[in-house]
Design a protein around this ligand. Structure first.
Ligand code: ATP
Length: 630
């Protein structure tokens, strides 16, 4: 059951949205309202003019003026109807566009939380289908005002002809009012159920399309189709209910309205025999009775409005997910020192990170390792504020990330992911994404560093090839993602498993560039391979939601449990037999032929080989930062 009233935040958001959307199309809405009311007014004048013309004609008096008046009113009605149609279309389109713009911005402002909560397919259904339905609200309201003006004007006109006529009509009006109330309520509920079922289908379809290779590989196309369409019976029930509600209302209206009209005409007839009404007035009364009982129009309008309101509520639900709020404190110059202080993060009702402390000095590289599900990606997301911790603070050069303005934060932190989304039109634009004016030179340089330049230049239009026309492997996609991160620069570079699809030689060449004088002052690297971890100045080992230890890879390697994280026998993360194939073999992940002598970067205090990155062992508080492994 859909909650109602002020304690329903989604409904509150929906109201605010619709109010703002109506203001956006304010002038047109007003014009539509006025045109609709004018059309209703012309419709109300027509019976009076017809009655007058008839009376004059029956009395053989000159009636040309009134006949012309009737013709003019008919023409005016046609014209107003055309204007109404154009204005309704324009207001609907403008309001829908406004809602889509506003909500798209909001969804992207919320970030990954929005997709986590609603699912990407359902979000698309809301922003496309529901926004279009909700967008009809302002015009539907204006039309409803006019549709209400018809019956109200009809009753007033009946009263002006003779108060008996209005009294007869009003005696039956409560039945019509109850009918309309039931239509509005029942349609709202069925429309909400219908739209929810549509959202479930859209969400399942998006999952199926994304996982189409898995579906094909498993040969489960039929089962998947059934899963996607499972909400269909619900959809059908809700749809049928909606039509039943409207059908029943229309049938009742058909039963009640003619009875009321008959009663009005009968009373008018009696009044005619008593010379209280003329023939023309009887004609006018019969037409006003039809206008006053014009429930059919109202039923349609009310049902449309109820559907639009249900759709708006679904948009309101999206609005209840708060957007990320940024601060106004500027980021001072600094080397890119990253600190996590007592960071706790919960996901799916589970504490994934529990009071994590880490201190990564500017200019150093920290590899984050741990078993699958240990929270490495979550930590990477918190480190660059793709998500906020539930407790604790993340600081960059001493400033809490929450206090940084959006531009400072995004300018300072670059990201690359395991499965990068390539956005921006062409390959070159995808690499330069987010930069104010990326020069072709900068884009190409970044691509060279990420070893992507060669294959990009082989594309039909090189860097100008549309992303959609650029076939690429998983590793090539990753290299484009890395190129984007390198082009972005910034004082903190976060690579979340961004090297995982690269062959070992390519990974090695990129890490060489990266850990040499590569881009980004400080680097946080989610690593699955020992070879990658071995290149970092320090490794933070996540286990059980805490930092189990911080130290250099070679030092940690002495621990059997640490070795077990990499699940194989070689300290560089490769099987000894496979070393030749994968091109590395030394204990620090370097080729055997360079003697395993990758120089350990000097720490800022000049000591070589000891990790400069510090961390604590979760709540135990045991500091493992000096490489003292616990
Ligand atoms: N949105 C979410 N809702 C519920 N649980 C989540 C969500 N995001 C992450 N988790 C859970 O948090 C845990 C940590 O996830 P995370 O992706 O950080 O792990 P990871 O260490 O990077 O794993 P892997 O090495 O397999 O990539 C996992 O158990 C995951 O199921």
């Amino acid at each position: 059951m859909t909650p109602r009233g002020d304690d329903d935040p989604a409904a509150g958001h929906a109201r605010d949205l619709l109010r703002a959307a109506t203001r956006y199309s304010g002038a047109r809405c007003l014009a539509l309202c006025l045109v609709s009311i004018a059309a209703t007014g012309a419709g109300l004048l027509l019976p009076a003019a017809l009655g007058q013309a008839l009376d004059l004609l029956l009395a053989h008096a000159p009636a040309t003026r009134w006949v012309l008046c009737c013709a003019g009113l008919v023409l005016l009605l046609g014209l107003l109807d055309a204007v109404q149609t154009v204005l309704t279309g324009t207001v609907d389109a403008r309001t829908t566009a406004w809602l889509r713009r506003r909500l798209t911005r909001h969804v992207l402002g919320v970030g990954p939380r929005a997709a986590d909560r609603f699912g990407s397919g359902d979000l698309v259904a809301r922003l496309v289908g529901n926004a279009a339905e909700a967008g009809t609200t302002p015009a539907a309201r204006a039309a409803l005002v006019a549709a209400l003006a018809g019956p109200v004007g009809g009753v007033v006109a009946l009263g002006l002809i003779d108060w008996w006529l209005a009294a007869v009509f009003l005696a039956g009006a409560p039945v019509l009012a109850l009918l309309l109330r039931a239509v509005s309520r029942d349609t709202s509920e069925s429309a909400a159920r219908y739209q929810r079922a549509q959202g479930r289908i859209a969400a399942a379809l998006a999952e199926a399309v994304e996982g189409v290779r898995t579906v094909r590989a498993a040969g489960t196309e039929g089962r998947e189709t059934a899963r996607v369409l499972r909400p269909l019976p619900d959809l059908s029930r809700a749809g049928h209910r909606m039509w039943r509600v409207q059908g029943r209302a229309a049938a009742r209206a058909v039963a009640v309205a003619p009875l009321l009209q008959l009663a009005v005409v009968a009373v008018a007839g009696v009044l005619l025999t008593r010379d209280r009404l003329s023939v023309g007035e009887v004609l006018a009364a019969s037409r006003y009775a039809m206008l006053a009982t014009g429930v059919g129009v109202l039923v349609g309008r009310l049902a449309g409005l109820a559907r639009a309101r249900a759709a708006a509520r679904r948009l309101g639900e999206v609005g209840t997910e708060p957007a990320t709020v940024y601060g106004a404190r500027g980021l001072p110059d600094g080397p890119g020192r990253l600190e996590l202080r007592g960071v706790t993060a919960r996901r799916g009702g589970r504490t994934v990170l529990d009071g994590v402390d880490l201190d990564v000095p500017g200019g150093t590289t920290l590899a984050v390792v741990g078993r699958s599900g240990a929270g490495k990606s979550l930590l990477a997301a918190l480190a660059g504020r793709l998500a906020d911790p539930d407790a604790g603070e993340v600081l960059l050069d001493g400033v809490p990330l929450r206090e940084l303005p959006h531009e400072d934060l995004r300018g300072a932190v670059g990201y690359a992911f395991a499965r990068p989304a390539l956005l921006g039109g062409t390959v070159g634009q995808a690499i330069g994404l987010g930069l104010p004016s990326p020069s072709p030179g900068l884009v190409r340089e970044a691509a060279r560093t990420a070893l992507a330049d060669d294959f990009v230049r082989r594309l039909p239009d090189g860097y100008d090839t549309p992303v959609a026309d650029a076939p690429r492997s998983g590793g090539e996609s990753q290299r484009l993602g890395l190129a984007r991160a390198f082009a972005h620069g910034g004082r903190l570079l976060i690579l979340d498993d961004a090297l995982s699809s690269l062959d070992t030689v390519t990974e090695r060449r990129i890490t060489d560039a990266l850990f040499g004088d590569g881009p980004g002052a400080t680097r946080l690297l989610v690593a699955h391979r020992g070879a990658t971890a071995a290149c970092a100045d320090a490794v933070a080992w996540l286990d059980g939601g805490r930092v189990r230890a911080v130290g250099r890879h070679e030092e940690l390697w002495r621990l059997a449990e640490y070795r077990a994280v990499f699940g194989d026998g070689g300290p560089d993360g490769t099987d000894t037999d496979a070393e030749a194939v994968f091109g590395n073999g030394g204990p620090d992940g370097t080729d055997a032929d360079d003697g395993g002598s990758r120089p350990v970067p000097d720490t800022p205090d000049g000591t070589s080989g000891e990790s400069d990155v510090t961390g604590t062992k979760g709540r135990s508080g045991a500091d493992a930062g000096d490489g003292a492994l616990t």
